[in-house]
Design a protein around this ligand. Structure first.
Ligand SMILES: [Zn+2]
Length: 103
């Protein structure tokens, strides 16, 4: 798994605990994974659908032989990157505002 397939995003709590994995089947679409423990991340959509789909990320790289795109809930579809980026920009801005006003 190459590094550019993975980016770290802000979660609702405004810390860096969401990663996105580029879909290979659908260009311009990504899967979002939320951090559970230091190296363990769980698919956000699968969690909503009641399925546990976890990946391990160590030093910015997805480890293990299993394709991070495989074995999701049947209704778990990747999200359009454009929408994810818009959300991320909004969160980054709020995070910046927090740094200014709450330091
Ligand atoms: Zn999933």
């Amino acid at each position: 798994m190459e590094l550019e397939n993975l980016s770290v995003m802000h979660s609702n709590a405004l810390n860096k605990s969401i990663v996105t994995i580029n879909s290979k089947r659908k260009t311009g679409y990504v899967y979002r994974f939320g951090q559970m423990t230091k190296n363990r991340y769980r698919c956000c959509r699968c969690r909503e659908l009641g399925k546990q789909r976890c990946i391990n990320i160590i030093d910015g790289t997805v480890t293990g032989r299993k394709d991070p795109e495989a074995d999701h809930h049947p209704d778990c579809e990747p999200l359009a990157l454009s929408g994810v980026v818009a959300t991320e920009l909004d969160r980054s801005m709020r995070s910046e505002v927090r740094k200014i006003f709450f330091r």
